[in-house]
Structure formats: C-alpha cells, structure tokens
Design a protein around this ligand. Structure first.
Ligand code: HEC
Ligand code: HEC
Length: 351
C-alpha cells in the first residue's frame, strides 16, 4: 500500500466536507436561507416604462407604512366630525376623484376647486392646481386641516389616534418601536401610500408596448392628432404621465376669479395659470378643469378647438384649431383609451 501523506489541501477538503454536513443538518432544522429570493421585495409596483417614484429620505417606504397609510386614507377619524376621509373626495372607482364640480368637505362646505386624482402624484413636481405644496406630506396635512375639507385640529386628532389600540400597534410597526400615533406621522403614512398609487396600463400603453390591435382606427387617428403640431396637445401634456409639470393659462375665461398660480408667485403673468393635469384615466374624472366647469371631454375639445377666450396670459398654443367633427371624435376616443381598468379594482388601493 502506498503511503499518502495528509497534505494541507486534503485537510482543507475535509474541513469543507464537515462544514457542509454541519450546514445540511442545521439548516434542515432551522430552515434554509434562499439567496435567490430578494429579502426586501419592493412593497409597491412601478408601471412598465415609468421611473422609480422618489420617496423623501426622511420618509422611506415599508410595507407596514403603506398599509397604515391605506387604512388612514379611508378613515374619517382624521376629520373634525369624523364624517369625511381622504377617500370621500378621492374615490377609487372614479380614478381617485369625486365626480363633483367642486368638492364638499365637513358640514358639506363647498370648496372652490375640482378634486384632482391622486394617481401618479408621486411624480408631480408640485401639488395642488396652483402648485402650492412641494410634498405630499405637506399637501395631506393641508387637506386634513383645511376648513373646507376635513377641518382637523392637530392635537384633537393626536389624542383620537392615541386612544385607538390598533393604531398604537400599527404606528409602532410602521415607524419603529415607541412611535406614538400623531397627525404628523399619520400624514407621513398617508403620503407613502399615495406615492404607491401608480397607474400606467391602459390600452394606449399596450399599443405602445407592441400590441398594435389594442387601439382601433379612430383612437390611432386621435393619438396622432394629439401628438401633432396641429393640436400641440402633447407639448404640455407630455411624457409617460401626460404633464410637463408647468403652469399655463388655457384661456378658459376672459376674467379669472380664481387666479391660480399667481396666488403663490404674486406674478401678474401667472394670473389664470394652473398646473397641467395628467390625462391618464381622464374618461373617469369628469367634470373637468380646475373649477370643474366643463362637464364632458367633448366640451374640453370644443374649448381647445375654439382657441379659448381672449385673455392676456393665454398660452400662444391655445388658438383656433379648425378640427372637423370626425377629428374631434377621434381625439375624444384617444383620451378614452387612457383608462387603466386594473387601477379601479386593485385591492392594494382599496378600502
Ligand atoms: C373635501 C374633499 C377633499 C378631501 C377630504 C381631501 N381632498 Fe385631496 N384634494 C381635493 C381638492 C379639491 C384638491 C385640489 C385643491 C387645490 O388645488 O387647491 C385636492 C388635492 C389633492 C392632491 C394633489 C393632487 C395634485 O395633482 O396636485 C392630493 C395628492 C390629495 N388631494 C390627497 C388627499 C389626501 C391624502 C387627503 C386626506 C388627508 C385628501 N386629499 C383629502 C379634495 C379633497
Ligand atoms: C399650453 C399647454 C396646454 C396645451 C397646448 C393643452 N393643454 Fe390641456 N390642459 C392644460 C392645463 C394647464 C390644463 C388645466 C387648465 C385649468 O384647469 O385651468 C389642461 C386641462 C386639460 C384637460 C382637463 C383635465 C382635467 O383633469 O380636468 C384635458 C382633458 C386636456 N387638457 C386635454 C388637452 C388636449 C386634448 C389638448 C390638445 C387639443 C390640450 N389639452 C392642449 C395645458 C395644456
């Protein structure tokens, strides 16, 4: 028999074998880590072709926070008389708008503006029709405390939330042990939820992703008109979310009682300017414009076709378009193809 010296290499091999046996036994007892499964799977879904939404560094998302935000969004506990929730004016079945010309809050108090959607607001560079809020946290607090909306008084809401044993547990899970429920933390959770309400799968998107039968002839003609130099619609309603995030006067009036953007900038050239709204799910969000005075998409197209009212600050792209009746119908048909039906049933956004 030939003598085989125990080399360092063999010693090493034996060690590996021993270690493998040890691992096999221990992991069969305590469960194996699965390295090919991401430990931190994203708790929200970004539509195909959309960028990642930006979450502020002091309010990063986690599944518990999103879940808490969703619950609070539907909970009237945040309004003074517990009658109004965020969802009262932002209803899922209406693509998160309320169907009224202008919104009604606590005591059925009338606001002065039409309820915009919360969908894809994660991508908005500013919030509200006049852009007066920079963050959704700030915006949500403004909605909650607005006397024409939820009329909330912060210390009162703080106490209410702290008396609720479920919320006490859920705030600690979302924000870390020892975090007491407060209005401010509630707004952080709601803002996180709102940032996850994303939508981008309409028939138009299907068409863009290669399914050329997703749009019919009329919708395709409408799409081509929308993106053409004849209408210039897409110069303002541009990109994946159909907005340039800028403020314009589209000449809806020759005198604006609600002066819009100039309330914030104090600049006379901003009188009558409002934020370009996204057109996603637009078929579901009637009535239209900042004050909801146009009842239908047909009325909106008539407005653009007429070139708008004479108004000093009117954008030069708003001018008579001389569209035929067929072209107007095609434009409306295209706008209707921007509806994402999955959004309306998505259980992650529901009560
Ligand atoms: C009484 C109805 C009402 C309630 C309740 C309400 N909102 Fe709104 N929301 C509106 C209206 C109207 C606007 C537009 C106001 C403006 O531009 O001046 C708006 C604007 C917004 C926007 C900005 C959208 C954009 O594109 O600029 C977001 C986001 C939003 N609300 C979320 C919320 C959240 C979160 C709550 C609950 C804390 C809430 N809203 C409660 C009616 C309401
Ligand atoms: C100069 C930029 C600009 C151009 C060009 C433009 N829009 Fe708009 N659009 C806006 C702004 C700003 C608003 C909101 C105006 C307001 O409420 O005062 C708006 C509102 C709308 C609305 C109502 C949205 C809502 O949520 O109420 C629709 C629909 C619409 N535009 C479609 C179109 C179509 C179709 C065209 C082309 C025929 C077009 N827009 C051209 C800037 C523009």
């Amino acid at each position: 028999m030939k003598f085989v010296p125990i080399t360092q290499h063999m010693y090493y091999k034996a060690n590996i074998l021993l270690y493998s046996v040890f691992c096999l036994i221990t992991f069969s007892l305590i469960g194996c880590p699965a390295p090919d499964q991401p430990v931190n799977e994203k708790p929200y879904t970004v539509p195909q072709g959309f960028p990642e939404p930006i979450f502020p560094a002091d309010n990063l998302p986690n599944a518990e926070k999103i879940e808490l935000g969703r619950k609070l969004f539907y909970d009237p506990i945040l309004s003074s008389d517990k009658s109004v929730a965020c969802a009262s004016c932002h209803k899922q079945e209406l693509a998160f708008t309320d169907g009224n010309q202008v919104s009604r809050g606590v005591n059925r108090e009338l606001g002065n503006r039409n309820s915009p959607t919360i969908v894809n607001t994660a991508y908005n560079q500013s919030l509200f029709w006049d852009g007066r809020s920079a963050t959704i946290e700030e915006q949500a607090l403004a909605a909650a405390t607005n006397p024409a909306e939820m009329r909330a008084v912060e210390p009162v809401i703080d106490v209410r939330l702290q008396q609720d044993s479920a919320y006490t547990i859920e705030f600690a899970r979302a924000f870390g042990n020892g975090t007491k429920p407060t209005t401010r933390f509630a707004m952080k959770a709601i803002a996180t939820f709102v940032r996850t309400v994303l939508s981008g799968s309409s028939r138009y998107d299907e068409y863009n992703n290669g399914n050329k039968s997703a749009l019919n002839e009329s919708e395709i003609r409408g799409k081509d008109l929308f993106f053409s130099s004849v209408t210039q619609c897409s110069e303002c309603h541009k990109g994946y979310n159909f907005t340039d995030n800028q403020f314009h006067s589209t000449g809806l009036f020759s005198h604006y009682y609600d002066e819009g953007r100039s309330d914030i900038t104090k600049s006379p050239s901003d009188v009558g300017s409002f934020k370009t709204p996204s057109l996603r799910n637009i078929a579901l969000t009637a009535p239209y414009e900042h004050d909801g005075h146009l009842p239908t998409l047909e009325a909106v197209i008539e407005h653009y076709n007429s070139g708008g009212k004479n108004f000093l600050n009117k954008d030069s792209r708003i001018r008579p378009l001389n569209l035929t009746d067929a072209e107007k119908q095609d434009l409306v048909a295209f706008l209707r193809s921007l509806t994402d039906n999955a959004l309306l049933q998505n259980p992650k956004f529901a009560k």
